[in-house]
Design a protein around this ligand. Structure first.
Ligand code: AMP
Ligand code: GLY
Length: 423
């Protein structure tokens, strides 16, 4: 089978890396891909939101399965387009992807179907939003309703900060249409975990647990990013909690989506806040996490391709997943200045040395090729990922890989996985 993967980040490199191991696969294309992906797949220069061109390419090449990495093409309806053309595609369709594309939609869905989440209000007008903040006090969380590339959430420590966030969305149009509605919600404390499950619209097939590290600096300091590192399994998700997450979060959400006439097929990602026995959903995503996909796919023993096909065809019955007992840790190396502005084009050294290390894989994200060098070309540049017998062993190994790699301004967190060690 010929497979097309859509996207060009670390998550898509991990998907291509895993798909390439399947005996069912004859050739992999990736649009647009990146220099790391280019060693495993043919990269084609089509943007992830150019649905016409992606469809034309897939029909021309006889693609047997398309796998969508990022949320944007999902919310634009790529799955609907491909299905109408008679092509198999893995991902949520346009109506289902609203679970990520609109936070007010997902909050209302959770409220209606009894899925635990923070108390909230939804606003399109400035004055009532400010009143809500004054009434509830700080800390409080302000979220742009639509897609904002991970920058639409402000965890406000003061009422003034929250009001400023509301103003930037509703008055200054900071996120355009995506910020013309805001969700304001209760601040939750606890430890975060990422819980992902494959689903065919009805059945739920959970993946192993994982944990992301969103803030840019060690000790969870500084502004949020797309994710500075991740590991799997996440011990905060005990086996009792795992079962409760399936029963109290994933199943009711999939059932609710079906009842709403929006059957969700693909991969559902719940961002959770866990405090003792209490589980609450922070957000849903309609796709694999990035960087969670990197450690998860390194730990996955089963062939991924039959699972993706089963979801696309809407029948996961009899499909199971096996995992390596080992732990996996991914450390993101980012450009100097990220998540703020940064300089691109610095040559990266040490990639060969890291690639030779046993049980270490360097997934590319924002890289490009220039004058025979791999250079940094985005905020998150590389996802160095390692497996080990224990989280501790994986941490030691992954940082040996990270230490081998450098470019001007590169930065990374030095404490990825430490929360797992503390347990
Ligand atoms: P979201 O995109 O909704 O997951 O929000 C991004 C990040 O903001 C989350 O990963 C949390 O770290 C933080 N966050 C979101 N909602 C809340 C909340 N209600 N309480 C505390 N932190 C939150
Ligand atoms: N790592 C967070 C996300 O993929 O949304």
């Amino acid at each position: 089978m010929k497979i097309l993967v859509i996207g060009g980040g670390g998550r898509e490199h991990a998907l291509v890396w895993k798909i390439a191991q399947s005996p069912l696969v004859e050739k992999i294309y990736c649009a647009p891909g990146n220099p790391g992906i280019a060693s495993l797949a043919e990269c084609v220069n089509i943007a992830v939101d150019d649905l016409d061109e992606l469809l034309r390419f897939s029909l021309e090449k006889g693609i047997g399965l398309t796998v969508v990495g990022p949320e944007l093409p999902l919310t634009l309806g790529i799955v609907d387009r491909f299905q109408e053309a008679g092509l198999w595609i893995f991902g949520a369709d346009r109506l289902a992807a609203q679970i990520e594309g609109s936070k007010s939609f997902s909050k209302d869905l959770m409220a209606k179907y009894g899925v635990p989440t923070a108390a909230y209000g939804t606003f399109t007008e400035y004055e009532p939003a400010v009143e809500f903040i004054r009434r509830n006090g700080a800390p409080i969380v302000v979220k742009a309703d639509g897609l904002a590339a991970g920058k639409g959430v402000v965890v406000a420590r003061t009422e003034e900060e929250a009001i400023a966030a509301v103003g930037s969305c509703l008055k200054e149009g900071a996120f355009g249409e995506a910020g013309s509605t805001v969700v304001i919600e209760e601040f939750l404390e606890g430890e975060e975990a990422s819980f992902l499950a494959f689903t065919d619209g009805e059945r739920v097939l959970p993946l192993a647990s994982a944990q992301d590290h969103k803030p840019v600096f060690d000790g969870d300091q500084g502004p949020n990013t797309g994710g500075m590192g991740a590991y799997s399994p996440a011990p905060v998700v005990t086996s009792a909690l795992h079962d409760r997450i399936v029963d109290e979060v994933m199943r009711p959400t999939i059932e609710g989506m079906a009842k709403e006439g929006r059957p969700f097929k693909g991969i559902l990602y719940a961002g959770l806040m866990i405090k003792g026995e209490e589980i609450k959903v922070l957000e849903f995503n309609a796709r694999f996490g990035d960087p969670e996909a990197q450690p998860l796919l390194m730990r996955m023993k089963s062939d991924l391709v039959p699972v993706l096909v089963a979801c696309a065809r809407g029948n996961l019955s009899g499909v199971t997943l096996e995992w390596h007992e080992k732990a996996a840790v991914c450390v993101v190396m980012a450009s100097g200045g990220y998540p703020g502005s940064f300089q691109k084009g610095y040559a990266i050294s040490g990639l060969d040395k890291a690639a030779e290390m046993e049980d270490v894989v360097v997934f590319h994200a924002g890289t490009a090729e220039k004058d025979g060098w791999i250079v940094n070309n985005g905020g998150r540049v590389l996802g160095v990922t390692a497996i080990g017998e224990t989280v501790g062993a994986a941490i030691e190994r992954v940082y040996r890989g990270v230490d081998a790699i450098s470019w001007e301004g590169a930065h990374f967190r030095t404490d990825i996985g430490r929360k797992a060690m503390n347990r």
